[in-house]
Design a protein around this ligand. Structure first.
Ligand code: NAD
Ligand SMILES: O=C(O)C(=O)C[C@@H](O)[C@H](O)[C@H](O)COP(=O)(O)O
Length: 542
């Protein structure tokens, strides 16, 4: 956005707490605060009830619209609007323009009963004058709530929250990072990253769905409980589906059990799936969404670093087969991804470190700044402790890494959803990585296997003279500093080779790899000489 524009505009019913909460938010963010009603009173030199009485509502709305339009292009703080302002078409147009430029219109959704009582208690509200104030408030609510819901691009429910708690929720929404994913020939979606991102769940699902299949693993129960509460509050009927943890969940048996259950529970094409958990859970949830009635909406709520930076976005959904990793699946994009970073508080250290494997991959193939951040913060990242993450300086580092890595993913999948060429670069390190996972019966974590796979790809490129040995050393040094493995000797070359031939990039009998010819510059390597493929294997044996 160019010029001066509010950081956020707050709308909501009379008594929702727009002024109180807005002021708190502004204070927390050290920003100026403006209340449209107070500014109007200043401008017209009388109270709003007096202005209404003297000039009537249409004249008031004109003054209000003009002031709002002016403020939207000349103020850079938190701006709270009067309760009825967003009902004026001119204000709706101005807010739409502001949002097109990246602005946030936040609908503060208070408990109607509480807001109604507060509005009546305060007095001085001409819209509630004349007769039963509660009935008038309720009538206005029925008219305004659907308009506000559709108009705002951020919805914050404040039921049962103190003004400070509500302000913190709003602040988290304001500070959230958003990566937009373009889908050629399909529906675009956003990846929202930050504390409280899960609060968008109902907004992203929209009113079309009635039932939600909430698919998650047991270790993330407390996060799926939150998702379930948010869904129920929004009026959805929720089927809680607990799947076996990690790769044990990515099987046709598990998928079949869910299909049977959806059938018994009467899931229709307008219902939806929400996946909460690590990459295995989001891969499976997406696969169920892609296949149930040939496709229903789904939203991913990734809770591991790896799922946030990679698995939840891009629409690769699938399950493993006895032949190998992800061999059955489809490209099927989510309606949205909500990477709520509060969930990282319960993430064990080893699973966080594993996720850094995919973060480093994105650095190597596309964003050297990621590599710089990883190098600079290697010691803190390696010592990751979820319990002390939130509010710590490391949280900003992690958020920045998540956003940058998601941007790399978004660039690749936007240009090549079905992996005709460019998207294959996201598979750097995976040809060997997937073979390791399979041979290790999935006891090796995906990100760890990819780390070794990247060293293998670098060794292969070096043997073929595509890169200098320095870049191989750079791979080993960085990955090692993060606590990731760089060698593996758990299986025979013959087994690895057979599995690499089953990799999805292979064509006929020809192996295909992704290698770098420089940092940030991946290339395809087709049918490399057999002795180089074997020699690289020897070099990662450690
Ligand atoms: N679709 C894609 O584009 C894509 C991309 C990368 C990886 N993947 C897939 O993702 C999977 C790996 O994902 P992963 O590393 O998240 O592993 P995972 O899903 O196996 O999760 C690892 C473990 O962490 C637990 N966990 C997750 N979040 C937690 C939290 N906040 N608190 C406590 N425990 C938590 C999980 O329940 C599990 O026990 C693999 O199956 C891989 O193939 C898919
Ligand atoms: O999104 C992609 O494309 C990727 O390749 C991302 C990988 O990090 C991810 O592990 C993916 O699941 C691998 O897919 P596969 O097609 O090799 O099974």
């Amino acid at each position: 956005m160019s010029g001066r524009h509010p950081v956020a505009v707050i709308i909501g019913m009379m008594g929702a707490g727009k002024t109180r909460v807005g002021r708190e938010v502004a204070q927390m963010l050290r920003l100026p605060f403006l209340d449209a009603d107070i500014e109007i009173e200043r401008e017209v030199g009388m109270s709003i009830p007096d202005y209404f009485a003297q000039y009537g509502e249409p004249a008031f709305r004109r003054v209000e619209s003009e002031l709002i339009a002016r403020t939207l292009s000349d103020f850079d703080g938190i701006f709270a609007l009067g309760g009825g302002a967003p009902m004026t078409p001119a204000v709706q147009d101005a807010l739409a323009g502001y949002m097109d430029e990246g602005g946030r219109v936040i609908y503060l959704q208070a408990d109607p009963k509480e807001a109604m009582e507060r509005a009546n208690r305060g007095g001085g509200r001409p819209m509630l004058d004349g007769g039963d104030a509660n009935a008038r408030w309720m009538r206005l609510y029925e008219q305004r709530d659907p308009v506000f819901t559709a108009l705002a691009n951020v919805h914050v429910r404040t039921h049962g929250s103190t003004p400070q708690m509500a302000a913190r929720k709003v602040m988290n929404m304001i500070e959230e990072r958003v990566v937009h994913v373009d889908v050629a020939g399909g529906d675009d979606y956003n990846v929202r990253i930050g504390e409280g991102a899960m609060n968008h769940l109902a907004g992203v699902l929209g009113p079309g769905a009635h039932r939600i299949a909430l698919i998650h693993t047991q270790p993330v129960q407390r996060h799926s409980d939150r998702a379930r509460a948010l869904l129920r509050q929004a009026g959805y009927e929720v089927s809680d589906i607990v799947i076996p943890d990690a790769e044990a969940g990515k099987t046709v048996t598990v998928a079949n059990g869910i299909w049977e259950r959806l059938g018994r529970e009467g899931f229709t094409r307008s219902d939806a799936v929400v996946g909460v958990g690590g990459g295995a859970a989001t891969d499976l949830a997406g696969f169920i969404a892609a296949t149930w009635m040939r496709g229903v909406h789904y939203v991913n709520c990734p809770t591991s670093l790896l799922a946030m930076v990679d698995a939840s976005t891009g629409g690769k959904t699938g399950i493993n087969t006895t032949g190998g990793k992800n061999l059955a699946g489809s490209f099927y994009t989510p309606a949205g991804v909500l990477a709520d970073t509060t969930t990282l508080a319960s993430l064990p250290n080893d699973i966080f470190i594993e996720g850094l494997g995919e973060v480093a991959k994105s650095g190597f193939i596309s964003d050297p700044e990621i590599l710089r951040i990883l190098r600079e913060h290697a010691a803190e990242l390696r010592a990751f402790d979820g319990a002390s993450l939130l509010g710590s300086p490391l949280e900003d580092v992690v958020d920045e890494l998540i956003e940058r890595t998601v941007r790399v993913k978004a660039r690749h999948v936007s240009a090549d959803l079905k992996e005709a060429g460019l998207r294959e670069f996201l598979n750097y390190g995976h040809t060997m990585g997937h073979a390791i996972e399979k041979i290790e019966h999935f006891r090796w974590r995906h990100g760890n296997a990819v780390a070794v796979g990247m060293v293998y790809a670098a060794e292969l490129a070096s043997i073929l003279g595509i890169i200098d040995d320095d870049l191989v050393v750079e791979h080993r040094t960085l990955l090692d500093s993060l606590g990731l493995p760089t060698s593996w000797n758990g299986g025979s070359y013959e087994d690895v080779l057979a599995l690499m031939h089953r990799d999805k990039k292979a064509r006929g009998n020809r192996l295909r790899f992704v290698v770098l010819d420089a940092i940030g510059h991946p290339i395809h390597l087709d049918d490399p000489p057999a002795d180089a493929v074997e020699e690289a294997f020897r070099r990662i044996a450690g």
